[in-house]
Design a protein. Structure first.
Length: 349
C-alpha cells in the first residue's frame, strides 16, 4: 500500500501536527510505584518520542511499517528527536565503507544515467543529507517511511547537490519494509537505511536482503545498536540498565542488538559480500541535550522491561543527569554500520 509519489525539492513549509501522546511513565511515579527522595521521574514531557519506550501498539516495528487504518496513531519517532541526534549520527557513520561503495556504484549498469537510491525508514532524511554530498553524479532519492509528516520534512530538507555539484532530486513513498520486493527496487542503484535494523524482525531483515539481492543493488545500513554502552565514571547499575535495555529492544520478536549479526548472515546467504565497521556515538559536554534525552529514554526502556528497577533507577538517572548538566559525563553508545555488496543483476560489477 503506497501513496502517490511526489517529487519535491528544498523549500516550502512543514505542516503542523498534534503533539505526541505519553511516551514513558516507566520510572518512579507510575501507578503503584514509589518515589525515593532525590529520584528523577521520566514523563511524557521529559522524553522525546523515539528517545524512550515506544508508544506504538505491540508488534509495531520500524517507523516504515504501514498498517491499514493506522493514520490516527501517533508517530513512533518525533522529528525533534531525529533532529537532535542528526549531528551525532553524521559524526558516527563510518566513512571507511564509502570507498568500496563508490567502486561498486561506478561499475553498476546504467551508472551514467545517475544513481537511484532508496532510503528505507528515512525519518527526516538525515541519511540523504549525509550521503548525497559524499557521492558523485546525479542522484534521485526515493524516501520511504510510514509517517507522512516525516516524509514531508525529509523532502523539504533534502540535499541540493552531489559531491561534484550534480543535481539531487527526491520523491516520497509510504510503505512497509516487510513487503519490499525486487520489483519495488527495480532500477535501484543503492538501498540505504539508518538506525533501522535493530527495530526489525528476522523476517523483515530477510525480506530486505532478498529484495536487495533480487534487484542486484548494494545496501548501506548504518547505526544499528550494538548493545554496548560506556559511561564515565562507571556506576554499579550500568550493567543492569544495559541488560534490561537490550532485553527491551528484543521485545515482540525484534532483533535489537542482534540485528546486525543476523543481517550480515542473511545478506551473505544471498551471495552478498558484507563489510562491518563500528560507528559509535561519542557524547560529551557539547552534546548535553542529546545525552540527556538518550539517558532518559535508555533508563526508561530498561525500567519498562524490568519494573523492579524503578526505585534505584530513578536515583541512578538523577545522578547521571546531574553529571551531564555539569559537563562531567561522557558516553559512548556503540553502533555498527553494514555494507552489503549484492551481486549485480546480469553479472556486471
Amino acid at each position: 500500500m503506497t501513496e502517490p509519489a511526489t517529487t519535491t525539492q528544498n523549500g516550502g513549509t512543514i505542516p503542523a501536527r498534534p503533539g505526541p501522546r505519553d511516551v514513558a511513565d516507566a520510572l518512579p511515579g507510575r501507578p503503584g510505584g514509589t518515589v525515593e527522595p532525590g529520584s528523577t521521574v521520566v514523563t511524557a514531557t521529559s522524553v522525546v518520542p523515539g528517545a524512550g519506550p515506544s508508544a506504538s501498539r505491540p508488534g509495531d516495528g520500524a517507523t516504515v511499517r504501514l498498517r491499514e487504518g493506522d493514520d490516527g496513531e501517533p508517530a513512533r519517532y518525533a522529528p525533534e528527536w531525529l533532529q537532535l541526534r542528526e549531528p551525532a549520527d553524521a559524526a558516527a557513520r563510518s566513512c571507511d565503507l564509502l570507498d568500496p561503495l563508490r567502486v561498486r556504484l561506478a561499475n553498476l549498469p546504467g551508472r551514467a544515467d545517475g544513481l537511484v537510491i532508496h532510503d528505507i525508514g528515512c525519518g527526516t532524511g538525515s541519511m540523504g543529507r549525509w550521503l548525497a554530498p559524499h557521492l558523485d553524479g546525479a542522484q534521485h532519492w526515493v524516501l520511504h517511511d510510514r509517517d507522512p509528516y516525516l516524509l514531508h520534512f525529509a523532502a523539504v530538507a533534502s540535499p541540493r547537490s552531489a559531491a561534484d555539484g550534480s543535481h539531487v532530486t527526491v520523491e516520497t513513498r509510504r510503505g512497509d519494509v516487510a513487503r519490499l520486493t525486487p520489483d519495488a527496487l527495480s532500477g535501484a542503484s543503492l538501498v540505504t537505511a539508518s538506525a533501522l535494523l535493530d527495530v526489525l524482525t528476522r523476517e523483515e531483515i530477510g525480506a530486505l536482503a532478498a529484495a536487495c539481492a533480487g534487484a542486484g543493488c548494494p545496501a548501506l545500513l548504518t547505526l544499528s545498536v550494538a548493545g554496548r554502552v560506556e559511561l564515565t565514571a562507571p556506576h554499579p547499575m550500568d550493567r543492569e540498565i544495559t541488560e534490561a535495555f537490550n532485553a527491551h529492544q528484543r521485545r515482540d520478536a525484534l532483533l535489537g542488538p542482534d540485528a546486525v549479526t543476523v543481517a550480515a548472515e542473511v545478506f551473505a546467504e544471498h551471495g552478498a559480500t558484507v563489510k562491518l565497521t563500528p560507528s559509535p556515538w561519542r557524547l560529551g559536554p557539547e552534546q548535553a541535550q542529546l545525552t540527556e534525552q538518550w539517558l532518559r529514554g535508555w533508563v526508561g526502556a530498561a525500567v519498562e522491561e524490568r519494573p523492579e528497577l524503578a526505585s534505584r533507577a530513578g536515583t541512578y538517572l538523577a545522578e547521571r543527569l546531574e553529571a551531564c548538566a555539569a559537563g562531567e559525563l561522557r558516553v559512548v553508545v556503540q553502533h555498527t554500520d553494514l555494507l552489503a555488496l549484492c551481486r549485480p543483476v546480469g553479472g556486471a560489477g
